[in-house]
Design a protein around this ligand. Sequence first.
Ligand SMILES: NC(=O)c1ccc[n+]([C@@H]2O[C@H](COP(=O)([O-])OP(=O)(O)OC[C@H]3O[C@@H](n4cnc5c(N)ncnc54)[C@H](OP(=O)(O)O)[C@@H]3O)[C@@H](O)[C@H]2O)c1
Length: 258
Amino acid sequence: MPLKITIIGTGILAWHLAPELERAGHVINEIYGRSEDKALQISKNLYNPTITESLDFSLSTSSLFIIAVSDNAIEFIASEIVFPDEAMVVHTSGSVPMSTLELTALDRIGVFYPLQTFSKERKIKFSEVPMLIECNDQLAEHDLEEIASSISSNVTVVNSEDRLGIHLAAVFANNFTNHMIDIAGRLMENRDLDLELLKPLIRETVAKALDQNPVEAQTGPAVREDTETMQKHLDLLDFNSRYQELYQLISESIRDSK
Ligand SMILES: NC(=O)c1ccc[n+]([C@@H]2O[C@H](COP(=O)([O-])OP(=O)(O)OC[C@H]3O[C@@H](n4cnc5c(N)ncnc54)[C@H](OP(=O)(O)O)[C@@H]3O)[C@@H](O)[C@H]2O)c1
């Protein structure tokens, strides 16, 4: 069922989600943003949304409001926004409980969380993005499931507690892995070497960890308890005590995971 939708926020997620919802046949009716410029940029990829800097939507004809602002702004927006009667509101965060939206006093509240990492310049196949949804009302949950299914073939109902747990696991899988690759790049750069050299290894690391049990896939000095090599590495990291601490902590964690 095609819907009229209002998007609150003009960040990276709004940039990806708004056109995806229109591709699925819905209409982005309004976009709220603090910056008109950013809202206009998003609207260029849409049919004809109204751009607004006001949170008073009492006259809006939208039936779904998607709050896609920074996690720490959701509570503020939920307390300031004025909705039309009968609307439903969701946020898109992995770590904020659904109950934060009880501040809106709307009967139907929920969560519409895409479990993926988005960047403005990278295209993501939304059909493959797991959509984790939650709702305070069974009928509305069914509606939300339909909307999520219109953009993704991977939709799961998850409560706030489990969603936070998934978000934590995602921080390890994505943010920390990415940070490790960043450090690897810096260590290469320190020797005027190119990260390109490591890319086949990085690709195989991820592919292997997904294909088999990562504990079994683990190689390297920590799992072999090769203290001599580990000491040489720690000496090389003499210029950065934080990297040394990270090296030691992660090596101990690898050893204890065996
Ligand atoms: N990016 C991802 O990979 C990803 C993935 C899944 C879920 N999410 C979730 O999606 C939501 C949006 O994330 P994002 O990545 O799009 O964030 P973002 O790119 O950092 O954009 C944040 C948006 O929130 C707005 N905002 C921040 N504080 C505000 C306030 N006090 N009042 C009004 N607007 C405010 C910002 O406005 P200005 O531009 O004016 O500062 C901007 O439009 C978050 O809940 C996030 O957890 C993100």
